[in-house]
Design a protein around this ligand. Structure first.
Ligand code: OGA
Ligand code: NI
Length: 338
């Protein structure tokens, strides 16, 4: 088996090779970023029913107060949600490491397709996330090359393709509701996106011997327009609300909508992107599937209302700066504020 010198460093190789009671130093967060025990404030992320005519005031409230909400009766079959979680967990849990490494992403190029762990452009001082992932490039169709996706389990590629198509459809519907809720034409955001780019990232968070020192995924907001996320039954995702971290309880057949930074820009800050992170736990691995909907790198996103509160941004520039500087909460979008 030829594993090149450039093979990515994976959390799964740490957890499989060493039966350790401590995490390697690169994964230890500075004190101020470590997860604190959550206080029970009773805050609960909103849930919106998409059956029939959606109440747009609920959309407005969820998008301005939270930047994230669950949707139910979303039209995607429960079977498909279960299937993608299942093929994802088979890939991470049943395939031998050597087999998984056949799909290794290019560790030197951020957001490259395949199996990997490091999210940002490599620097010596960056603290690493306790997470491995498989990233799939799914739209536009010219980027979709299923031969680079796992061949096992045998239905893997078929499930991811179907999931991709259904998530795109749902994303378009939600972007339409968001546009309409601001009295813009329903196709406004979709038109502003130009060509729709979609990536699907299956994240796998191995159980961690020291969850109090680590993060599964550091605090960030998503770069693009909207993310549709499902998780398994292990909690770990937290969203920031009024300065507190609120754990998003897994609801197995709901889909979590997360507004990204381009939605904050185009709505001129009326709607906010959600700052979120993932924590780890000592007992169980956790799996999530995030589907990102972004503009083309050549698209410039500009606020739809005046006076502009954000500088327009070329999406390709935004992405490169995000991967180089790191997210550090919402620092990248905050830097565009006028
Ligand atoms: C992401 C993300 C959260 C999770 O991939 O951008 O926020 O629960 N994932 O995996
Ligand atoms: Ni995210």
């Amino acid at each position: 088996m030829e594993v090149s010198g450039a093979a990515p460093m994976l959390v799964q190789s740490i957890t499989q090779n060493d039966v350790k009671s401590s995490v390697p130093p690169q994964y230890i967060q500075p004190q101020e970023h470590r997860p604190t025990t959550t206080t029970a404030t009773g805050h609960k992320i909103p849930t919106i029913d998409l059956a029939g005519d959606t109440d747009l005031t609920q959309i407005t409230k969820a998008c301005s107060d939270w930047g994230a909400f669950n949707v139910i009766n979303h039209g995607v079959s429960v079977q498909l949600l279960d299937d993608i979680r299942k093929v994802g967990s088979l890939f991470f849990e049943e395939l031998p490491m050597a087999e998984r490494l056949r799909y290794a992403c290019d560790p030197n190029s951020p957001a490259s397709e395949g199996y990997g762990s490091r999210m940002l452009v490599a620097t010596d001082d960056a603290v690493l996330d306790w997470r491995d992932y498989f990233d799939h490039h799914t739209f536009p169709l010219s980027r979709r090359n299923t031969s680079r996706w796992p061949h096992l389990p045998s239905n893997y590629r078929e499930v991811v393709e179907e999931y991709s198509n259904q998530m795109k459809h749902l994303a378009q519907k939600i972007l339409g509701l968001i546009s309409t809720s601001l009295e813009l034409p329903s196709s406004f955001i979709e038109d502003a996106m130009g060509e729709l780019y979609q990536n699907i990232t299956i994240s796998y968070y191995p159980a961690c011997p020291q969850p109090e020192l680590t993060l599964g995924l550091q605090s960030h907001s998503d770069m693009g327009f909207i993310t549709l996320l499902i998780q398994d039954n292990v909690a770990g995702l937290q969203v920031s609300k009024d300065g507190e971290w609120i754990t998003v309880d897994p609801v197995s057949h709901a889909i979590l909508v997360i507004l990204g930074d381009q939605t904050e820009i185009i709505t001129n800050g009326i709607y906010k992107s959600s700052q979120h992170r993932a924590i780890t736990n000592a007992d169980k691995p956790r799996l999530s599937v995030a589907t990102f909907h972004d503009p083309a790198k050549t698209t410039t996103v500009t606020p739809a209302f005046k006076p502009h509160r954000y500088h327009p941004v070329l999406y390709g520039d935004y992405v490169s700066s995000w991967y180089t500087r790191g997210p550090n909460g919402k620092r990248n979008i905050d830097a565009l504020l006028i």
